[in-house]
Ligand binder design. Structure first.
Ligand code: ADP
Length: 695
């Protein structure tokens, strides 16, 4: 059988915890991302600045170097002495002195180290002098520059070219020489080996770097060509050329006009970050570049760190949330436990209540809960009750009537129904009950709760009250009747008095007055006894201990007058028992019973009266027995009623036994009469438990 649902405590919601964790985790990841993003931006800015700084430095150095070379040329071109030495030694004559001076001059120039060869060439291209001697003739590329050189009249720096003689890359400084009339005389060609100074200048990187390098490039028809030897590849100068269509390559991008920061894929196939700068007054571009690997290497490490930190923080958040969840779960469990205890305590009370408590379903009317009081009262087992309905234990109500009865509760018209009905036990016996019925809402469910009180006792009191009321009614009736009859007697004989006086019949007058007197006496007696009856229980003397035998003796003395001259045999067995109570009242019990035994003596002679007590079933039962007229068993109960007399003509008032009964009941006792029938004597028996307490 289902139990009443316990009150619930609030359960920590898993979803809320998950949400909290997700919020925390998202916050951590976003913060991690922003941190990394900022760091990356800053880091890359640094690298870009470095690349730019290197490219600018190299461009400046190259410009500077170039300027210095041109100045070397100017020193020759603008020197009339040098031109005159050349003219005298080779053009206009062959003055050995002039030749020697010029050779010395050029040798000094070569010694400086910037140039590895010096040529003196005629405007037509013929080599006049070669220093050191025996070196290769003028290469066609240089020769082609001569006409322009003489036309311009200013020194020129040739581009990089590969010499067909030694297959090496060179540059040439060309310085035109003119006669005083400005006619072309000759040209000095100073060959530069870039690997001596220029390439190392380009290649050197100001800081420690594994992949950084600088590249000098220029456009050559439809190609971009590398002009220097590279850090990681030899023989690239003028060899490594890439078509302009391959824009992924940095050198292609450079010659196509891109400047500043860009990125691409270099000759090794690796992704690179590049800064491109054009070198002024030349077709050259300088690129400073670094592998992505190197650029982002530390960033990747940083990413790992940030990732690890984020992961640890997320794990921390997860653990924190879990701890919080566990804490809440624990306090929930505790709350639940307390609530369970509370509920079980409440349930226990309900279960053990002596009242019957039922919970039943509003639809099927079947019991869902029955407490122990109900089980005990009804005598059914739990299993049996589980199959029963609220109306099946109410013999006065069938299903239809019961459903009709509970309608106001289901319609919310009434909050509680209180009604009386009858419950039937398993053994078929019935008992009156008062039902308190309520429809209770528990969560989404509704239950009927019935609390039942066994009202057998209340009903018994009610019946007693009704009996008392009936007795009172009878009493009023009897009293008016009994008091009326002496009054009627007095009134009747009072009517005879004038007649008696007129007739002077003294005897009749006395007789009639005697009738009136005895009627008045009787009325007095009735009123006295009524007064006495009303006093019982109201007017009491202090309780004292009186031996049983003494009480009987006192009673006998009170009745002695009435027994005067009568043949009476007493059977009095001496008793040791003593009674505790209002002595006068206790004496009245025996007095009235002995008086009645005398009053209702029969034909049997002598009158025998037995007085004593018996112990039966742990109970002390007193008795007063006679061999008088006896009592018809049919009237056994009636005689204890007020004014009830079996023989209306008898002298009594019908109050005596009522009075005795009242005193007996005052001491929580009972009184009854036993008689085998009319003429066969009576035995009045009574108990006085309230007077036996202190013996
Ligand atoms: P009263 O004696 O004044 O009539 P009681 O209440 O004492 O009133 O008695 C009620 C009636 O019970 C009597 O009228 C009589 O009929 C009957 N009764 C009482 N005691 C005895 C007895 N010992 N033997 C036979 N009948 C008795």
């Amino acid at each position: 059988m289902a139990m009443i649902k316990p009150h619930t405590v609030k359960r920590p919601v898993k979803r809320k915890m998950l949400l909290l964790f997700l919020l925390l985790a998202t916050g951590i990841v976003v913060a991690g991302f922003w941190y990394y993003h900022g760091y990356r931006r800053q880091y890359r800015d640094q690298i870009e600045h470095k690349l730019e700084a290197v490219a600018t430095l190299k461009a400046n150095e190259i410009s500077q170097w170039r300027r210095e070379r041109l100045e070397d040329g100017i020193d020759l071109t603008d020197n009339p002495l040098f031109a005159s030495l050349a003219a005298r030694g080779w053009i206009t004559g062959s003055d050995p002195q002039a030749r020697g001076d010029l050779i010395r001059w050029l040798t000094t120039t070569l010694r400086d180290g910037s140039y590895d060869q010096a040529l003196l060439v005629a405007p037509g291209g013929a080599t006049l002098l070669s220093l050191p001697a025996g070196r290769a003739p003028l290469s066609p590329a240089v020769r082609a520059l001569l006409p322009g050189l003489f036309a311009g009249g200013r020194p020129q720096l040739s581009d990089f070219y590969r010499s067909p003689n030694d297959h090496r890359v060179h540059l040439n400084l060309l310085a035109p020489l003119r006669d005083p009339q400005h006619r072309p005389l000759a040209a000095v060609v100073l060959r530069i080996d870039p690997s001596r100074y220029l390439y190392p200048l380009i290649q050197s990187w100001p800081t420690e770097s594994a992949t950084a390098e600088t590249v000098l490039t220029e456009r050559d028809d439809a190609n971009a060509v590398v002009l220097n030897e590279l850090r990681f590849k030899n023989g690239t100068a003028l060899q490594l050329r890439l078509p302009l269509t391959q824009t992924a390559y940095p050198i292609v991008q450079a010659v196509r006009g891109t400047t500043g920061i860009t990125q691409g894929r270099d000759y090794t196939g690796k992704r690179v970050l590049i800064f491109i700068r054009k070198i002024p007054d030349t077709p050259w571009f300088i690129l400073s570049k670094m592998d992505f690997m190197e650029v982002y290497g530390p960033l990747t490490r940083q990413l790992w760190w940030v990732g690890t930190a984020v992961l640890l923080l997320v794990i921390g958040a997860a653990v924190g949330t879990l701890i919080l969840w566990r804490q809440q779960q624990n306090s929930y469990e505790l709350g639940l436990q307390l609530t369970r205890q509370e509920n079980s305590w409440l349930l226990d009370l309900i279960t053990r209540s002596l009242n019957e408590v039922f919970v039943f379903d509003p639809l099927t009317l079947r019991f869902t809960f029955v407490n122990r009081g109900a089980q005990r009262n009804l005598g059914y087992t739990m299993d049996e009750l589980a199959l029963m309905t609220a109306f099946s234990i109410k013999p006065e109500l069938d299903e239809e009537r019961f459903r009709h009865l509970i309608k106001p509760l289901l319609a919310d018209q009434e909050e509680m129904l209180i009604f009386e009905t009858v419950h039937q036990r398993k053994d078929g016996s019935r008992y009156p009950v008062e039902v308190h019925l309520q429809l209770m809402q528990s969560g989404s469910e509704r239950h009927f709760l019935a609390v039942i009180t066994d009202i057998s006792e209340r009903k018994a009191y009610q019946e007693q009250l009704e009996a008392k009321n009936a007795e009172l009614e009878r009493f009023t009736y009897s009293m008016s009747h009994d008091l009326k009859s002496p009054l009627v007697t007095i009134k009747t004989f009072l009517g005879y008095l004038p007649e008696d006086i007129a007739s002077g019949d003294r005897h009749r007058l006395d007789k009639d007055m005697e009738f009136m007197r005895s009627a008045a006496d009787r009325m007095g007696l009735l009123l006295d006894e009524l007064l006495e009856l009303s006093r019982i229980g109201r007017v009491m003397q202090d309780s004292v201990v009186t031996p049983h035998d003494q009480l009987v003796q006192m009673a006998l003395q009170m009745v002695a007058g009435r027994m005067e001259g009568m043949a009476v045999e007493f059977d009095l067995q001496p008793q040791t028992l003593a009674l505790y109570g209002d002595r006068t009242r206790l004496v009245e019990i025996w007095q009235n019973l002995i008086e009645n035994a005398v009053k209702y003596r029969g034909a049997a002679d002598p009158l025998q009266i037995g007085i004593g007590l018996e112990q039966t079933g742990g109970e002390t039962i007193f008795f007063v027995r006679d061999n008088g007229i006896g009592i018809d068993p049919r009237h056994r109960h009636k005689i204890f009623n007020l004014f009830d007399k079996l023989d209306p003509k008898s002298e009594g008032t019908g109050i005596g036994l009522a009075l005795v009964k009242r005193i007996v009941e005052l001491y929580q006792g009972r009184i009854w009469v036993e008689s085998e029938g009319v003429g066969r004597g009576s035995c009045f028996r009574f108990t006085l438990p309230g007077a036996l307490q202190k013996d």
